[in-house]
Design a protein around this ligand. Structure first.
Ligand code: PLP
Length: 344
């Protein structure tokens, strides 16, 4: 059903097959992979990450055959380009301001980027998306919701799902922080839909590099054909399984972060300095502030690092919700800045 969207060389590819792919059992005499027989990280990891997929399958109510695990979502994005976009020929569509990796990945693959900016209130410009996709036939559209760096959820995804002719990637890196429902349930209806999630944000495993793609079996099979055989290390698989088993910490941290987001919103709202606070469904807050770059540098000098997003939205800083102490340090510094002669 999607073969017309897939690059010919990928359809014709004879994938690498490891001996571990062919032998499914455990506790055998393994003399196939030139490993050192001694030690505890001496064996190659499970190339299919089955234990992790089974846990995710239960948690998310998605069959394991519709789950791909990547070395971070960055790999999920990169492989989508490799599957669908012919270098020097095909295009993707993005809706800036949004996550920077879509464009970087496209640039790496020499794939053109069609940009349909978000509207003034950072929502999808649906008529323009559909018009431009009709005209230019981008293979993939990347939709980030909740969106990075603006923080808001995108409301009008439905008409894109129904009318876009290529692959729709919905990047839900921040979905855990949002009250809105995930589009995960929709992969049954839309075989060209890929939902990208990650362990890097709410699950607290940015250091372990675990990204997830949920999609149709057909697309997941393509991912599996082209992925590096051992793309997720044994240590990382284990860390991810452990994180899923530890529901309590996850829920506690999530509620702490959401409470701290509210606290930051309240405190930021009381600062004269802050011109606008954008609504957030994520674990960060985008604010408009005059002389943002100057204030950013001032914070860096105090060893407080926020993200200066002025290059993508004029005079803005993106602030990640930290621990209560970290958040207080930031607010105190902004208060000091307000009192300083530079500001007054
Ligand atoms: C942080 C982030 C990711 C996560 O990327 P990983 O490679 O999984 O760490 C994905 N998408 C967006 C929009 C993000 O902000």
């Amino acid at each position: 059903m999607i073969n017309h969207l897939v690059r010919k060389n990928i359809l014709n590819l004879k994938p690498y097959s490891s001996a571990r792919d062919e032998f499914k059992g455990t506790r055998a005499v393994f003399l196939d992979a030139n490993e050192n027989p001694y030690g505890n990280l001496n064996r190659y990891p499970d190339p299919q990450q089955l234990e992790l997929k089974q846990k995710l399958s239960q948690l998310k109510a998605v069959p394991a055959g519709q789950i791909f695990i990547g070395n971070g979502s960055d790999e999920v994005i990169d492989l989508a380009l490799r599957i669908f976009c012919e270098p020097g020929k095909d295009k993707i569509m993005i809706c800036p301001p949004t996550y920077g990796m879509y464009e970087v990945a496209a640039d790496i693959h020499n794939v053109a980027v069609v940009k349909v900016p978000l509207t003034g209130d950072f929502q999808l410009n649906v008529p323009e998306i559909l018009l431009q996709s009709e005209r230019l036939n981008p293979k993939i559209i990347f939709i980030c919701s909740p969106n990075n760096p603006t923080g808001n959820s995108l409301y009008d995804i439905e008409p894109v799902l129904q009318n876009f002719k290529g692959i729709v990637v919905i990047d839900e890196a921040y979905i855990d922080f949002s009250k809105r429902t995930s589009y995960l349930g929709r992969i049954k209806e839309y075989p060209r839909l890929i939902i990208s999630q990650t362990f890097s944000k709410a699950r607290g495993l940015a250091g372990a590099r675990i990204g997830i793609a949920f999609s149709s079996e057909e697309i997941i099979r393509l991912y599996n054909r082209i992925k590096p055989p051992y793309n997720v290390s044994a240590l990382n698989q284990k860390a991810a399984v452990k994180a899923l088993d530890n529901r309590q910490d996850y829920e506690q941290q999530l509620s702490d972060i959401l409470a701290q987001r509210d606290w930051l919103l309240k405190e930021l709202g009381q600062l004269d300095l802050v011109q606008q606070i954008y609504p957030s469904d994520a674990n960060f807050i985008l604010i408009s502030i005059p002389n943002a770059t100057h204030i950013y540098q001032n914070l860096v000098d105090k060893k407080i690092i926020v993200r200066n997003r002025s290059a993508v939205v004029d005079n803005t800083l993106r602030i990640t919700v930290g621990t209560p102490q970290e958040n207080e340090t930031l607010i105190n510094e902004l208060k000091n800045y307000e009192k300083s002669p530079v500001y007054r």
